[in-house]
Write a protein that binds this ligand. Structure first.
Ligand code: SF4
Length: 443
């Protein structure tokens, strides 16, 4: 097990494969959206709009977002989203186009005013044809922006899930993570979400913050549980290039790994004992909470994204606009987006060959606590996962990451495997994706 010991548990969070850092400009031959979408199934698409604005920049965050929006920037941004929506809807063609899920993410969508949120919903409905009241609609929010006025708009327009980043209920820990917020502001925002009637509340918490102990972590979990959230996401803290948190020595890195693994296990056990079920390493759902089709949306290929940082997925190409983390670079890309008049082509992206499609399916299924249906994989790809990825799966089994108690038709992680999801996932990246990510220069 020396290799297992040499491996570190927190390599990268796989929220999409391939990662955006493997995307590249598509060049002069950048494909027209109309051609890209011509032969795609369009009867159960996912819809996403990205709003790249936040009140401040959290120290752990490497999302594509900027602080504030001077002047009329949000208006110009929504103008561009509307132009893009018109172009994209036209590119999807005249046949049946139906959206099965919708989400507004960021950044912080509720950075927009109530009137701007109304306009955003109008664009989704009137320009794209998304029936927001008929599909699961998830919206991200923050303690400083989850006001009753904004939440009322979102609830009225059909929001089914409000996800709020709290990270820690302990003010000193929030400060240590460079996310200044007061406890009373957090509690007020949670009350406002509950009063809005939006049926699913998700609370994000982070473990591994400087100064956090088992007791303070438990305190944050209990403060969250007091709201009986339908969902909880527990995130390990990462220090990423160009974000606000500092570097550690190698010894401190090891201690930090051990701290995060211990806090993860304590958090997981506490939530399981409180009546939650584990959906993935990060996600926990109250056992009696409603399940929505969005829970399985990650398996569908068709994703239509609007906004400067949104990704769109067809079966063969994942695409977006340029990507950055550093303040000036983000501002430049957002400004360029708001000035764009031609949204008819994919600009930056990565083509997926059959090997990457298999890897994507395996990653998205295996990292769920329910595991992967092997027969479903076989039906899609013509052979079983053990035939396509014998070395990787043998390595996972050797490390004790696979549940040895399942039958041959189910491939599922053990509790240890789930705990090591952020190390296991990157081991399934293809050599091509790995090389592209390694060559990417953070900016
Ligand atoms: S964590 Fe959320 S609120 Fe903080 S900077 Fe990132 S997107 Fe904005």
């Amino acid at each position: 097990m020396t290799t297992a010991l040499a491996l570190r548990p927190y390599q990268s969070y796989i929220y999409g494969y391939p990662h955006k850092t493997a995307y590249r400009p598509l060049g002069p031959a950048r494909p027209a959206l109309r051609e890209l979408w011509a032969d795609e199934p369009k009867d159960a698409l996912s819809f996403y709009t990205h709003l790249p604005f936040c009140e401040f920049r959290c120290g752990f965050c490497n999302l594509f977002t900027r602080i504030g929006a001077p002047g009329d920037l949000t208006t110009r941004y929504l103008d561009a989203v509307e132009r893009q929506a018109i172009a994209v809807r036209e590119a999807l063609g005249d046949g049946e186009v139906r959206f099965a899920t919708a989400a507004f993410g960021g950044g912080t969508p509720t950075f927009l005013s109530a009137a701007e949120l109304t306009r955003l919903c109008d664009i989704a409905e009137r320009r794209m044809g998304v029936d927001l009241r008929a599909v699961p609609l998830s919206v991200e929010t923050s303690p400083g922006t989850a006001t009753p006025e904004r939440l009322a708009v979102l609830a009225e327009r059909g929001t089914t899930r409000a996800s709020i980043g709290v990270q820690s209920f302990v003010e000193s820990e929030a400060r240590a993570a460079v996310r200044p917020q007061r406890r009373d502001e957090v509690e007020t925002a949670l009350a406002a979400i509950r009063e809005s009637g939006i049926p699913i509340l998700n609370i994000d918490l982070i473990y591994g913050i400087d100064g956090q102990t088992a007791a303070t972590w438990r305190g944050s979990l209990d403060a969250a549980l007091a709201w009986r959230p339908e969902e909880l996401y527990l995130y390990p803290l990462y220090v990423r290039p160009l974000t606000g948190l500092g570097k550690r020595t190698p010894v401190a890195e090891r201690e930090w790994d051990a701290q995060r693994l211990a806090l993860y296990a304590a958090g997981r056990d506490h939530l399981l004992a409180a009546g939650y079920e584990q959906v993935s390493m990060r996600m926990f759902r109250r056992a009696d909470a409603p399940r929505t089709p969005a829970d399985h949306a990650c398996q569908t290929d068709g994703m239509v994204g609007l906004g400067a940082g949104a990704r769109s997925y067809t079966a063969g190409l994942h695409y977006s606009f340029d990507y950055a983390v550093e303040t000036r670079e983000v501002r430049g890309i957002v400004d360029e987006y708001t000035a764009t008049t031609d949204f008819t082509r994919a600009e930056v992206g990565r083509a997926l060959d059959v090997d990457d499609r298999r890897r994507r399916h395996l990653l998205q299924s295996l990292l769920q606590a329910d595991g992967m249906d092997v027969n479903d994989y076989r039906a899609r790809f013509g052979a079983g996962p053990h035939e396509h990825f014998p070395a990787e799966l043998a390595g996972f089994a050797e490390r004790g990451w696979l549940d040895s108690g399942t039958g041959p038709e189910l491939l599922r992680l053990s509790p240890e495997g789930l705990a090591w999801s952020d190390a296991l996932g990157p081991l399934l990246f293809s050599p091509g994706v790995r090389a592209a990510m390694a060559a990417y220069r953070p900016r």
